[in-house]
Design a protein. Structure first.
Length: 246
């Protein structure tokens, strides 16, 4: 296991995390699902702080998907209340750590109170440059691609000019590097409509820990695994060697 005061030789520029397992964490302890979500929200501070210590420039957290609207209304209300609480409590930390908050997703469909709190936090942190924290809220990878295509059509971009780079410039993450590593907690092994275009060559790491238990030590273990990966980007082993030695 990697010591927490040791920085791996290779760190991702952009780390994306699917924060999964709050409900099962609560169920295993005989608690309500809301208790699991509260524990998960508290753990966000731990992971954001640790990523900032490691000087990871970009961190994207899957907080609320477009599919989450199908959950019971009481659970959705808890999630949005926790979002408001997080923004209120953690804004001083974001400022102190010089972390810029951004959002990806259809924010305009969120409740007014949460949109207002997000707008304030985005404005307050907009000039911070040490790290970017993306909260994926009301986000879905497929809907993001549809939105990007519609924008390209609306702008009247010529067919020949529509490239992968052009499409990337119309995504929520425009101007940011693609995630080098995607971590999913709770043992599930799927992307669940998360950063589908951006994660084409991401290293995928699946942790058995439920999100509330995914602490700094678990993060370091995942980053140690990432550091040991050989990223090929579709190249053969010979091409990888050539790229490294040139």
């Amino acid at each position: 296991m990697l010591a927490q005061n040791t920085v791996p030789a290779v760190l991702p520029r952009h780390l994306a995390i699917i924060m999964d397992g709050n409900g099962r964490w609560a169920q295993a302890r005989g608690l309500a699902r809301s208790d699991g979500h509260r524990a998960g929200a508290e753990n966000v501070r731990t992971i954001v702080t640790e990523c900032r210590k490691l000087a990871i420039p970009y961190l994207t957290l899957y907080a609320f998907s477009t599919e989450n609207w199908k959950r019971p209304q009481t659970e959705i209300s808890v999630l949005f209340t926790l979002l408001s609480d997080f923004l209120r409590k953690e804004l001083p930390l974001l400022q102190a750590q010089k972390i810029r908050l951004q959002t990806i997703g259809q924010i305009e469909e969120l409740p007014f109170a949460q949109r207002t709190a997000l707008s304030h936090a985005l404005h307050v942190t907009k000039d911070n440059t040490a790290m970017t924290l993306n909260l994926a809220l009301n986000y879905g990878g497929r809907s993001e691609l549809v939105r990007a295509v519609r924008a390209i059509v609306h702008e009247g971009i010529e067919e020949e000019a529509i490239t992968e780079e052009c499409l990337a410039q119309h995504l929520y993450t425009a101007g940011q590097p693609d995630p080098d590593c995607v971590i999913r907690t709770s043992g599930e092994q799927r992307l669940s409509n998360y950063l589908l275009f951006q994660s084409a060559y991401s290293e995928l790491i699946f942790s058995q820990a439920y999100w509330p238990d995914f602490d700094a030590a678990q993060l370091h273990m995942a980053l140690e695994e990432y550091a040991g990966r050989k990223r090929r980007f579709g190249k053969t082993q010979e091409q990888v060697v050539s790229c490294v030695t040139d």
